[in-house]
Write a protein that binds this ligand. Structure first.
Ligand code: ACO
Length: 363
């Protein structure tokens, strides 16, 4: 008997990250998430993930400059932007634009792919509103520049730190569906752009990276902390799943949820986040965990990464239909690292299937 979700199947070896679902522990390039998120920004984390995977050396000191230059180059290509893209869901429009990029396996292609979603998403969001596009500033960090290109104003330190913590927290996460999709494509020796396009397609589903928008819909609908329990009970009575809860691997709290909750701290201190929103989220979290324990006693369901992602990205001014796109900005470097690892070490991924259909009459 095959398990339909391939649970417990070890499909590859990787040096990039490890998810221990029983202990609630995430290791990325040899560092526990808490260590990494506390000490490295997006660019340093990217250089750790990519080192040794290209013929060219990956230099942590020049990564910020290289990604900055790549943003400028990507923006220069955008004169050919199709106005209809502004009417598509942002993640679909980003995928379409990424698919137009050169499809190779070198570091230059990797840098372009890391820069591309960071340039495309703010541009698409401004196009949606009929606003002029803002060119990248290569001297800024990726996080600072994303926020500047989105709003037109220079973000403050707390905002940059919060987005940076988010991008680091979600940069890689074992063999999740989108990363597996990237590795399958890379195993055919197709280029990095093909792998990233496949990955972003897998990411957009609500069971993977499409949940944080619905988390906010849920918070809006609940409205007040005292209404949380009855709202959540009614949702479960209807057979709905509570968005931001449950995970295929984690049987305890997703460590990324705490990393993101911590990342909200500086925003709270700088008054950049609505305290009532946080209080509502915390009440909903408490009520949901209690109800899920009562209703699903045999299944350990806890909060996942998407729950506090929703509150964090909302505080940074991203509209909810763009959340999956922001996830893609952070995860692209993980997809690239896995695709390179697969292309260098791996064989063509070609599992078997068990035929359960009709047999020809003669057989
Ligand atoms: N709310 C209510 N019940 C749930 C939830 C939830 N969020 N998650 C799982 N369950 C229940 C299922 O209904 C099922 O109950 P049953 O055995 O009585 O039928 C049981 O728990 C097991 O569910 P599975 O589908 O086997 O769990 P799976 O590992 O496939 O699901 C998933 C993981 C898809 C993340 C699920 O928990 C879910 O749908 N969560 C809500 C969506 C969400 O938050 N997605 C983001 C995930 S994080 C990420 O990918 C970046």
């Amino acid at each position: 008997m095959t398990k339909s979700g391939l649970d417990d199947v070890i499909a590859t070896e990787t040096r990039l990250s490890d998810v221990d679902g029983e202990a609630g522990r995430l290791i990325i390039v040899g560092l526990a998430l808490e260590e990494l998120a506390g000490r490295a920004g997006y660019e340093e984390t990217a250089s750790l993930l990519l080192r040794g995977l290209f013929n060219e050396p990956v230099n942590a000191h020049s990564m910020r400059e290289q990604v900055g230059q790549a943003r400028v180059e990507v923006f220069a290509r955008m004169s050919r932007l199709d106005a209809d893209l502004a009417f598509m869901p942002p993640v679909d429009a980003m995928r379409a634009l990424i698919a137009l990029l050169p499809d190779q396996g070198d570091l230059r292609c990797a840098l372009t792919l890391m820069a591309a979603p960071a340039v495309f998403l703010p541009a698409l969001l401004r196009m949606q509103k009929g606003l002029a596009l803002i060119a990248p500033d290569e001297r800024l960090s990726q996080s600072a520049d994303i926020l500047r290109m989105l709003t037109g104003a220079m973000p403050d330190e707390s905002q940059v730190a919060a987005l940076d913590a988010y991008l680091v927290t979600i940069c890689d996460h074992g063999l999740n569906a989108s990363t597996f999709a990237a590795r399958v494509v890379a195993s055919t020796q197709a280029g990095l752009t093909s792998a990233v396009v496949a990955a972003i397609s897998a990411l957009k589903g609500p069971l993977h990276g499409g949940a944080p928008g619905p988390v906010l819909d849920m918070l809006d609908s609940i409205e007040k902390p005292e209404l949380a329990r009855s709202w959540l009970s009614a949702a479960l009575d209807r057979g709905d799943r509570l968005m931001g809860f449950g995970h295929r691997i984690y049987r305890v709290r997703d460590p990324r949820a705490d990393a993101l909750k911590a990342a909200l701290g500086p925003l709270v201190a700088s008054g950049r986040v609505n305290k009532e929103r946080i209080a509502l989220a915390e009440s909903v979290e408490r009520a949901a965990l209690a109800i899920l324990r009562e209703r699903k006693p045999n299944r350990s369901l806890d909060v996942n990464v998407e729950f506090y992602t929703a509150v964090l990205l909302e505080s940074l001014g991203f509209p909810r239909d763009a959340f999956t796109g922001v996830f893609a900005i952070g995860r692209t470097v993980g997809w690239i690292a896995h695709a390179r690892e697969q292309a260098i070490d791996g064989r063509l991924i070609r599992p078997k299937s068990a035929y359960v259909g009709e047999m020809p009459a003669a057989a």
